[in-house]
Design a protein around this ligand. Structure first.
Ligand SMILES: [Zn+2]
Length: 73
């Protein structure tokens, strides 16, 4: 089954990133079960990453995964 993406509450993007231990951006999506998974482009290793603050790729929003939305209002 196709995964459905959670969205940035401000701009509606479905692509987010966190900084890894080397200061590099790690890109991912988040599914409707609040589980991060890699983008096809990055195929990143998401194990041992800190998702307490995730950054929107479309605007300046950042926050916890619980702040993401299923639908943009
Ligand atoms: Zn955004």
């Amino acid at each position: 089954m196709k995964k459905r993406y959670l969205l940035c509450p401000q701009c509606g993007t479905h692509r987010f990133f966190v900084k890894d231990e080397n200061g590099e951006n790690v890109y991912f999506h988040v599914d409707w079960d609040n589980v991060p998974f890699p983008t096809e482009a990055s195929d990143a290793d998401l194990s041992n990453k800190d998702f307490s603050v995730v950054h929107s790729t479309g605007c300046s929003w950042k926050g916890g995964i619980k702040g993401l939305v299923k639908y943009l209002r």
